[in-house]
Design a protein around this ligand. Structure first.
Ligand SMILES: [Mn+2]
Length: 473
């Protein structure tokens, strides 16, 4: 007669995935069923607009201005390709990433001979203008590097990775925009040691799992850097090789490594950022100068990894996949059976959707407050949904908000919280540019006990899903 009530989530680990390719080029080969290959000639200026029309991985084989190079993008735009990045099916992506993030870091394998060393540009041979670096938005006068980069914490030796957008300003010069607190903290450590420059390796064309991990944001730098966790989430050791001109190691199987030094004192001004909210915010930046000292790459048509920044691209998904996994873990800690967690590409990187089943109504507001209070600035609008709502379908989500939430009782609002620099509705803080103040809102759009469950049965046409229009054309 008793109902079994569990308050702790199941600890069952997801099934192990398939082995992941160590090289991006092998990954693109293995997953060719979802990769679009463009063999017609494409101008660098058109790469962005073409890329953003694809939902799946895309490779440009023939770049008019840069023969001998390829460009790829859109590696993690949807759950299917995200799953491929971890060697699992779409449905298992989030539980697998969440589980692997709970595991310990993994050491590197250091190699002396690496595919990324097949071609070396040193000294005066270095010329960023010879690389296939695309433009990102209308009005941009300079190409923009979006690849993963590595910094080493000079105190702990751990390798922190991230994506710092880099504007090319000369053959061996650029301006680099560090947005993450860890990069800024590491820069400060070098300053305190009396250094004038900090070594950096920009790692172009690594398997997508490297980049997913590089976008982790949380407390960890006393235990590991993102690079020490990359092997953990790939479930294999990763190979590192010494750089040519800096005391740093970089992924041996990358397509290309750009080595350089970040100035710890000299800044340069750039124009508008292309934010993940797709807006031209912040409108200007004053960011460190980067001096490039070497470029090494593959001998056979190296692949430039671009992350087209707008409109709906990897730029919305990639930085938030670890956030989704961390929220997944926290929802499970609340005792919830989680369906999915997504920062949708159409949510301007300001909104998160979470679907879960719960035992009584109190769980929902706790889940909403947990997400609204997240460390990152991407949770201004949080929507709780039931697992029967498909979070990747904006129409489904909007329908649920419209039919399952009573604004007078199911919306939670909090004024005056940290706003995103990318949100024009947030109030600018003149003393803390580019940061802003804004409120947050949580919406309970789940099916509720107080509702009549039968009321949610939708009406569909006769033979819906069986007769197809295309058969009658
Ligand atoms: Mn970090």
């Amino acid at each position: 007669m008793t109902t079994k009530t569990t308050f702790s989530p199941s600890d069952a680990s997801p099934p192990p995935g398939r082995p992941i390719d160590r090289d991006l080029r092998d990954y693109l080969e293995t997953n060719q069923d979802i990769v679009t290959r463009i063999v017609k000639p494409v101008s660098l200026r058109d790469v962005g607009a073409l890329t953003a029309q694809s939902q799946d991985p895309i490779v440009f084989e023939n770049i008019i201005e840069r023969p001998g190079f390829r460009i790829c993008d859109m590696l993690v735009r949807n759950r299917k390709s995200q799953g491929r990045a971890l060697g699992v099916d779409a449905k298992l992506f989030l539980p697998t990433l969440a589980y692997r993030l709970r595991k310990p870091p993994r050491a590197f394998v250091h190699v002396s001979n690496a595919p990324v060393k097949e071609v070396k540009w040193l000294g005066d041979q270095v010329d960023l203008n010879k690389l296939p670096i695309p433009f990102h938005k209308e009005g941009d006068e300079q190409p923009y590097i979006t690849a993963m980069n590595i910094l080493r914490d000079p105190e702990t030796g751990f390798y922190n990775s991230g994506h710092a957008g880099t504007t090319v300003t000369g053959p061996r010069e650029a301006l680099i925009s560090f947005a993450t607190p860890h990069s800024l903290r590491i820069m400060n450590k070098y300053r305190q040691m009396g250094a004038r420059e900090m070594p950096i390796a920009i790692c172009v064309g690594v398997p997508a799992a490297y980049e997913i991990m590089a976008n982790f944001s949380g407390l960890h730098l006393d235990q590991w850097g993102e690079m020490e966790m990359t092997g953990t989430i790939m479930d294999q050791d990763i190979e590192m090789v010494a750089c040519e001109t800096i005391e740093l190691s970089a992924p041996a199987r990358a397509e290309m490594i750009i080595e350089g030094w970040v100035s710890l004192s000299e800044l340069g001004a750039t124009g508008a950022v292309t934010s993940p909210s797709m807006l031209r915010l912040p409108a200007h930046e004053n960011i460190p100068r980067l001096r490039v000292t070497a470029v090494t790459m593959r001998g056979d048509r190296p692949i430039w990894r671009n992350h087209q920044t707008t409109p709906q691209t990897d730029h919305q998904t990639l930085p938030r996949l670890c956030h989704e996994a961390m929220l997944y873990n926290r929802l499970r800690e609340l005792g919830l059976e989680v369906g999915d967690v997504q920062f949708p590409t159409w949510g301007a990187a300001l909104s998160v959707l979470m679907s879960f089943d719960y035992k009584w109504e109190g769980f929902v507001n706790d889940a909403l407050m947990m997400a609204m209070g997240a460390p990152w600035l991407n949770t201004k609008l949080v929507v709780a949904l039931s697992p029967d709502t498909d979070l990747s379908d904006p129409a489904e989500v909007y329908q649920a908000i419209a039919t399952r939430a009573d604004p007078a009782r199911d919306y939670v609002m909090v004024p005056t919280t940290r706003g995103s620099p990318y949100d024009p509705s947030a109030m600018p803080l003149p003393d803390h540019y580019p940061f802003r103040l804004v409120g947050k809102m949580g919406i309970d759009a789940t099916r509720k006990k107080r509702h009549n469950a039968a009321d949610f049965d939708r009406a569909w046409p006769m033979n819906w899903g069986k007769v197809r229009l295309e058969d009658y054309l």
